[in-house]
Design a protein around this ligand. Sequence first.
Ligand code: ATP
Ligand code: MG
Length: 362
Amino acid sequence: MKILILGNGQLGQMLGKAVIQQGHECVLYSDRQDQVMALGSQQPLSMTLAEANEWADVTTWEHEHLGEELVAKAADKFLLQPERFNLLVDRRSQKALCDELDIPTSAWKAYENAAELSAILNGCDHAVVIKSAKGGYDGKGQWRWRPGDDIAAVAEDAGQRPGIVEDMIDFTDEVSVVGARSHKGEQRCFPLTLNVHTQGILSYSLAGAEHFSKKLETLAKEHHQKLTNALDYVGVLAIEFFVVGEGDNQHLLVNEVAPRVHNSGHWTMSGANCDQFNLHIRAITGLPLPDLLIAPTLMVNVIGVAGIPEALWEAAAADCHWYGKEARHGRKVGHVNIMIDSFERGENLASSWAEKLQLLVG
Ligand code: ATP
Ligand code: MG
């Protein structure tokens, strides 16, 4: 089959590898440069977006911030209705959908402008996170506010665009479920992944060591299934959750939904028989989804540094991925998967490697 991938960053390139493994063809569209590119190259092809979409049997995406205009141009080859796609990329409709489906999420209120945001904060007696409705990633487009903090200043800044005000959650862990749904409605989810963020950016993920209770694993799969069934979604979709409560009251609150392959699923490239990229391409091309076999794995993001140290390229237990991007503080430029035997060992390794592999902002 012929596949057009919208976006040509690292997720697009890794999807492309899976396209090749499964014997298909692909081209990638750089939405930043408005140019169609070959896989593994920044050399533009003499093909317009319209021609690439015409050429493709199916069009998929590496990120969801495509904009309604681009979605309208390519949606005839999407496996998701464009209205549903647009609904998922706006935090307001995404949260409303969770509420509608009875999937727990942190309490929230929408605002259109600075005046509405001020009014919400004026009546608020607890800490909140304010988030732009569209376009945020890696903690960008977010503000923290606590009673006593200046309202005018945050409202002026955050109120320039519509957004949501969300209760600040006192979570014990952040986790995600990455899973696929096929056109027949089959579902395959990787086990819950523990995600540790620094300055709003994913620092490392740990998975596959049966760290979480059966109850949480089941809840995550149920939420994933409910959401993807309601959308008639085909392909990989990730849900980020906060773990809250203790003992029998422990449960998951949705933080956000990413309708695509996800950074917290990169460990599957070393820790699963079929990684998230292969799972996505299988789903969108109609191949069966395999049962997933899992090995405990740590994924450490490489952020803002000029390269991965040789010691890691040399280490037999490490699988290094370098994206070929120019290093800038806070920018994800690679990741390293490391085989582990326990979460404790993974956490120790993560803290020591994160220091060497990550240059954040400020
Ligand atoms: P991504 O890069 O994953 O798309 P993002 O920038 O879109 O992230 P979120 O995932 O919503 O934004 O938030 C980034 C991080 O900020 C979360 O992983 C979490 O650590 C923290 N955070 C967000 N919302 C809340 C909240 N309501 N309560 C507490 N912490 C929060
Ligand atoms: Mg997030």
